[in-house]
Design a protein around this ligand. Sequence first.
Ligand code: ARG
Length: 455
Amino acid sequence: MWGGRFERGPAAIMEEINASIDVDKRLWREDIEGSKAHSAMLAAANIISAADARAIKKGLDMIAGEIASGDFVFSKRLEDIHMNIEARLKDLIGEPALRLHTARSRNDQVATDFRLYVRRACDEIGDAIRELQRALVAKAALHAATVMPGYTHLQTAQPVTFGHHCLAYVEMLERDRTRFLDARKRMNECPLGAAALAGVPYPIDRKKTAKALKFDRPTANSLDSVSSRDFALETLAAASICAGHLSRLAEEIVLWTSPHFGFARLTDAFSTGSSIMPQKRNPDAAELCRAKVGRIAGSFQSLLIVMKGLPLAYSKDMQEDKAATFQAIDDIGLALAAMTGMIGDLVVNEKAMREAAMRGFSTATDLADYLVRKLGMPFRQAHHATGAIVAIAEKNAKRLDQLKLADLRQIEPRVAADVFERLTVDASVAARASYGGTAPDNVRAEVARWQEKLK
Ligand code: ARG
């Protein structure tokens, strides 16, 4: 392809380090799509003949068929997907194939192919996030009033509803989804026609190729076109953040399904056994989802470091962009799908959640709020008095709602019997009806809002 001034072929190890076909063969659809758009534009601009463009299109379609059916023979000697396809085109259609590379370079070609690939990945990841959101909203609908302990520092804090907890992840995932969409918007400019780095002397129509490939517009600077990979970095950053969120949900599934919590159970479909301990039910899929962030954030780091300090414009370093990106795209897709499966599978133990929510003096804040609202006590003072009451309960190994009115009056004589109504976990969650709060009615309204949005 480029051997005109060379006398000998490359050393075997040179070929080994130079070839990227094993990784970039995945770009075959995008490469063919890009070449079709390019040759159609060349013909429309009278840079090649209409007959050549027709032959090129026909040949490219044949190649697509060969690759799709597994008949195509990829060659390392031909380095990458671009040259593999171009060489095969020459075999199939002869001379017109030699005109396809007019007014383009592999530099703008790969930049275009890769953008197309990452753009599609952003769309698919967005769809996968939607599926997980649907699964979480469905769980939230079932458990709008299921009380569980809410934690801070993983210490019992206040009762919350499981539905509210599920919807917290729906919110996170919505930010994740829109991060991919934002990245997509910025990357949706077409580098094709920037050629090697400086543009071309032919009367090409970059708007036409941009439109044919469904980009919003052509990129404005040829040097930037072939040398930027921040579209991939941004996608990997979005994937890293999303994977971070998945790792938190995964960790909670690990906790909830452990016998110490017993809040939920995964069915056999999402559990694994131990080869030595017959009693075990392990949440392997959750653990793997928890772990994926390592590889995904690693991919982000990897590409960032590859790109750091590269002078304009293209350098071969940039060939190392794809392995990391493809890996991360695969991993986040797999993690999202597995998580969607697990959420659907998760069987909640409402009784265990409720009992846990009743422990740990979880309604102590409700007692303090009672003192504030009923007796007009300043909150700081109410906090102090409640602390003293908790100490009494703790000493007597009682829950707050099991104390006698006399116990409470030791600390605050104005307390009335109606205080006990406030100290149940149900009253506690129902009272938190402030906007964004955990009250079952709020959760039902939020479920309805999400169901509408996710239709
Ligand atoms: N395989 C190369 C890559 O992925 C294609 C671009 C090669 N360009 C070049 N000037 N050698 O980056």
